[in-house]
Write a protein that binds this ligand. Sequence first.
Ligand code: AN7
Length: 380
Amino acid sequence: MPFRPRYTGLIDKYRDRLPVHDDTRIISLGEGNTPLIRLNNVPAQTGKDVDIYVKYEGLNPTGSFKDRGMTMAVTKAVEEGSRAIICASTGNTSAAAAAYAARAGISAFVLIPDGKIAMGKLAQAMMHGAVVIQIKGNFDAGMQLVKEVGKDAPVTIVNSINPYRLQGQKTAAFEIIEELGRAPDFHCLPVGNAGNITAHWIGYCEYSSASGDHVTEACAFCQGHCRFAGGAVVGNRPKMVGYQAAGSAPFMRGEMVDNPETVATAIRIGHPQSWDQAWKVSEESGGWFDECSDEEILAAQKLLAEREGVFCEPASATSLAGALRDIGNGKIPEGSSVVCTLTGHGLKDPDTAIKQSTTPVMTVEATLESVKSVILDNLA
Ligand code: AN7
């Protein structure tokens, strides 16, 4: 068998495009390198000629895209001598922070909205030994507290306001270009704080520029962490489309939302931290924002699970729900290639999955006869 080097995570892979030094101690769990799956059955259902791919970020080590940002944020926190990290979270950031802190041997403090995070995510934060602080308030209140605490407590904030987070997350765009040989025409993402849509745009712009330079205004967000400045765009870049849950859609309202609500708890966010950057991304790329109802989100989650064998969490399905609608109405024209990011794994939120499933679980006698009769009754 030919020797193939072990995959050791996205910082190792893209170190010349990331703010690390040769002797930086990398805190990694082998994140990144996630599958880009071409949908086989769903596109036919639209009646349109489109290529839809899903980037299955749920297959990262802690089950969400947050690992891409967290490997960078924790690597840099450790390099800078920090002994503790802190974040507010709707769940996935807390799971990633807890895991990478455990890996690094430092402490993690996570603020989560009381009763409003999915069970799998809570289990992760607890299991990895984070100090879990449930607040009687939502994510936005937690974020405000974290910003204030971060001013004088000896903790590093690892929410996406930490610029290293977006640097790690931009690598998802690199992977997509490398697999498709070009950028897709449209890239659809669920939007909460809008960090990920911003990070992807930074990635596409860097990769498509002549010199690996940053060429986007949104990239001002890198705060100097891109290697260079300037450079002409040579490759294609996608239109970036951000979908929000209707009950927490500040980008659609055009202003912050104070009491966001949605079944997709991961994106139950009313005060996005990357507000200005995301508007720039939308403008620069020629994309748009839209919203999906909870019903549309759950239907897309189920469609993917039933028709393609891909299980993502509700928030993640928002990207496909929106894309299917915009393919249907022609905003995404025929002949397009579309990538939908599936930000988190379906196992994160088993309660919502079981609640919405219409497939009955049958209980029968433990006999050959009863099992056979179930099979005969249920053959497709
Ligand atoms: C599955 O964990 O904000 O627009 O605190 O978990 O970059 O915020 C999660 C966000 C989409 C939105 N899908 O990404 C947190 C948190 C899933 C998520 C988003 C989140 P951004």
